[in-house]
Design a protein around this ligand. Structure first.
Ligand code: ZN
Length: 589
């Protein structure tokens, strides 16, 4: 109970104060050695860093939203050297944990120290520490960063990238007064600190030196053992970047990785943790193994973009063959992650690098973490469909159908109208559809994703047996997205599809059981998908804001039947908490 904990804290605090006062009264009679002892006692009884915390049952309920999963990996294809490289990289990745912990919140290390100390005496602290580690700090990432330790302290918007009390205006005024500082201040790779009342930019290489130095050493050691020349090059240049603070060359080298078994990303990348300006990159690492067979399959699909465009269920005049080549896709199995990406909700795909200069020169790489997708499918997806789908449909659910749809969704973003002409003027779909754009675009990617999955079956790229799984799995996926709320682009897009499919009798709801099923007549569902895709593609091609609004108003809602289904999902985990097999192996040594 949180108020109990708070009262408990006040009582202790009053007690500490009164003890301290007692000490002062006696001071005149003390000898020198006694004085030191008294000061030490006073110091030792400083108010604790953890002042109060959330009801521990609430913390445990939050934690239960993340289902633990062991992340194993298959090392049978690796040489002894490669196995050693992998372990060195995991050790280096662990330093990303340490840096990210520093980046999130200034008091993280003092809080962790106290948690470590108290876990021995108070079982509440065991749960608190576990959840603190999951969140990389005392703020609950599954509840909009609400604090669960020190309940009255809000997370600074700029995390620990800026002085906690610095305002946006203060930062902007500094740049106005010191235009030469702009580049360093807005750099992705500096932190802003206050020295003698003045703001200064400190490069990451200096701010995190104590962790970056040993991490670089491990990367160099791994580079020495690495047999693949492109990997060797990347590991060396990335290690150099940790001390030079210049990441350009190593990002270029990462794009040049070729015929490698170990796919690794390590360094500062995403800027989402900096909610003040979105400038500062958080450290993270992905240590993964390349699945060459799967990657080749998707390379084949990528080559068919023009054929997919030609096959779209829309008027030929709306088709668009100039959207540029799609990014290469790589399918990997995750072995370990560190830092930013490990905090709370797990990443299933990433698209890097972020440096525009590198993207222009070399493009970008989309990496899919297949075993993480599978773990989420098993722990968070299957339990949902078991609650809401008709028994007869359940045996038709398949991971391959699900994963293929996820992939086809990504490719389908690159299909259909992008740049359009409206009233004789060149514009984009995004510009014209404004606030309706992202919902329509996500619905488009889903519905074309399924349209194209069938196309891949017809072309023999996906096995024919998959056909029976595609549509049932497509419906199953909608519940998970809608569960996260129809005000998100994905959730809203899925509600639209669900209601559209029900209207066209492609899906049914059983009146007695409330369970959902797919019309066994395949033609019925293909026809509904065709019509829905046609409607969306036309809205986009015409850049028709009003029609988009009417369409969304008609289909984006939660019917009582759907609500009933969602109500059954309250205890189903929303994401996974990885437990890495390789970490255990390292621990044993
Ligand atoms: Zn999407």
């Amino acid at each position: 109970m949180k108020s109990y904990k708070f009262i408990h804290f006040i009582l202790v605090f009053v007690l500490v104060l009164s003890l301290a006062n007692c000490g002062k009264k006696e001071e005149t009679k003390m000898t020198d050695t006694q004085k030191t002892a008294a000061v030490q006692t006073e110091k030792g009884k400083k108010p604790p860093v953890i002042k109060d915390y959330e009801n521990i049952d609430t913390v445990k309920t939050q934690m239960a939203k993340l289902a633990p999963v062991e992340i194993t990996y298959d090392s049978s294809n690796l040489t002894d050297n490669e196995k050693k490289v992998l372990k060195l990289l995991v050790k280096a990745a662990k330093y990303m944990d340490k840096i990210f912990l520093m980046q999130v919140y200034k008091k993280n290390y003092p809080i962790l120290k106290e948690l470590n100390r108290k876990t021995k005496e108070d079982p509440d602290y065991v749960a608190l520490k576990k959840y603190f580690k999951i969140n990389f700090g005392p703020f609950d990432r599954l509840a909009a960063h609400k604090p669960f330790i020190n309940l009255h302290v809000e997370k600074p918007k700029g995390a620990n990238f800026y002085p906690a009390k610095m305002t946006k205006e203060e930062f902007e005024e500094h740049i106005k007064a010191n235009p030469d500082d702009e580049k360093a201040f807005t750099s992705n790779f500096t932190v802003i600190r206050k020295r003698k009342g003045k703001l200064v930019a400190v490069p990451y290489s200096k701010a995190y030196k104590k962790f970056l130095e040993p991490a670089a050493k491990l990367l160099k050691e791994a580079a020495q053992l690495a047999e693949n020349p492109s990997l060797k090059k990347y590991l060396n240049s990335r290690a150099d970047a940790f001390s030079s603070n210049d990441y350009f060359q190593s990002d270029m080298d990462w794009m040049d990785l070729k015929d490698h078994k170990i796919e690794v990303v390590i360094g500062p990348y995403e800027v989402y943790e900096d909610k003040l300006f979105g400038y500062k990159a958080a450290f993270e690492a992905f240590i993964t193994l390349v699945d060459h067979k799967e990657s080749e399959k998707w390379a084949k699909v990528a080559k068919l973009m023009n054929e997919m465009e030609k096959n779209l269920p829309t008027d030929d005049k709306y088709k668009n063959f100039n959207r540029g080549a799609s990014s290469p896709s790589m399918i990997v199995e995750e072995v370990f992650t560190g830092g930013d990406t490990k905090a709370a909700v797990q990443t299933t795909a990433f698209n890097l690098p972020n440096d525009e200069k590198v993207r222009q020169a070399k493009g970008n790489k989309q990496v899919m973490l297949r075993n993480i997708a599978r773990a989420k499918f098993q722990k968070c997806w299957i339990p949902i469909v078991k609650e809401v789908m008709a028994e007869s449909n359940l045996p038709l659910i398949s991971f391959d159908a699900y994963f293929n749809h996820v992939m086809m969704h990504e490719y389908s973003h690159g299909l259909g109208p992008g740049t359009i002409e409206k009233n004789g003027k060149k514009t984009t779909v995004n510009k014209e559809l404004k606030d309706h754009y992202s919902t329509i675009e996500e619905a488009k990617a889903d519905v074309l994703g399924i349209w194209n999955s069938q196309f891949m079956v017809d072309k023999g790229i996906f096995p024919k047996e998959l056909e029976k799984n595609i549509y049932v799995t497509y419906m199953g996926g909608m519940f998970r997205s809608i569960r996260f709320g129809i005000d998100t682009a994905h959730g809203g897009g899925n509600a639209i599809q669900m209601n559209y499919m029900l209207e066209k009798q492609a899906f049914f709801v059983d009146k007695e059981t409330g369970r959902f099923s797919v019309n066994p007549d395949k033609n019925k569902i293909i026809e509904a998908i065709k019509q829905l895709a046609n409607e969306i593609l036309e809205i986009q091609a015409l850049g028709d804001y009003e029609r988009a609004g009417q369409f969304i108003a008609k289909y984006k809602h939660i019917s009582p039947q759907l609500q009933q289904a969602l109500d059954k999902l309250k205890t189903v985990p929303t994401d996974i908490r990885p437990i890495y097999a390789i970490e255990k192996e390292l621990g044993k040594k």
